[in-house]
Write a protein that binds this ligand. Sequence first.
Ligand SMILES: NC(=O)c1ccc[n+]([C@@H]2O[C@H](COP(=O)([O-])OP(=O)(O)OC[C@H]3O[C@@H](n4cnc5c(N)ncnc54)[C@H](OP(=O)(O)O)[C@@H]3O)[C@@H](O)[C@H]2O)c1
Length: 254
Amino acid sequence: MDLCDLSGKVAVVTGGNGGIGLGMARGLAEAGAAVVVAARNRDKSAEAVAELEGRGARALAVEVEVTSEASCRALVQTTLAELGRLDILVNNAGTNLRKQPQEYALAEWHRILETNLTSAFMCCQAAYPAMVKAGAGKIINIGSMMSIFGASFTAPYAATKGGMVQLTRALACAWAKDNIQVNAVLPGWIDTALTVQGRRDIPGLEERVVARTPAGRWGHPDDFAGIAVFLAGPGSDFVTGTAIPVDGGYSVQG
Ligand SMILES: NC(=O)c1ccc[n+]([C@@H]2O[C@H](COP(=O)([O-])OP(=O)(O)OC[C@H]3O[C@@H](n4cnc5c(N)ncnc54)[C@H](OP(=O)(O)O)[C@@H]3O)[C@@H](O)[C@H]2O)c1
């Protein structure tokens, strides 16, 4: 058995039009999966689809607003209508807003919770019947170093990313009987649109990350291709409920 072969499989990657999501989409596509790029920005999604198709993959852009239950359900319905099945769901869409805890408006708290955490729950619920029907499924939830550490400037984000790990464990327990494996990936500090502002705003962040990371560098979106293929493929059939750091060693540095 080729443990990296995803041919015939269909993957949905929320936030798959850039950053870590696109890095995972590239890995899944190269392993043979058809990939649905699910995000809001049409131009970015069209560009991502063209890139994946250029690599010989089948790819489709579906516009989704992950804070809307109807939109998450429509994403799954469109995937099934266009590609016939849904085997792999990557809950990667996310956002952040850096402030001291006392400065957040409640609406900001809710927006971050809905975008990062409630969205994953809604997409999992929407995808579940198709996975049960197929007799198998793989769900990959994106956490963060903020799933395990705290920081003064990121209270709602940290709450969502801690919640993502607990959601992963709960779904793994519930859906093991359906042969659905649910795992989380915890990225370290990765060079994407989400961290560009932080690197500008937080003095010394750029250098501190490099100094603390045993690998001695920031991560790149393509560092996520391999873990996506592993967690989406037959090599991880007995792996469920885990939270795997992909961080160049950041989380184990003493
Ligand atoms: N970069 C890091 O260092 C780092 C570290 C730990 C965890 N992460 C996590 O990794 C994931 C991806 O982040 P990234 O760093 O790759 O940043 P990014 O490039 O900004 O990616 C975020 C993605 O989410 C999509 N998105 C955001 N809000 C959405 C919404 N309401 N509905 C649909 N799609 C939405 C965006 O696409 P549209 O704008 O087109 O909708 C975009 O594709 C996030 O969950 C983030 O928390 C990142």
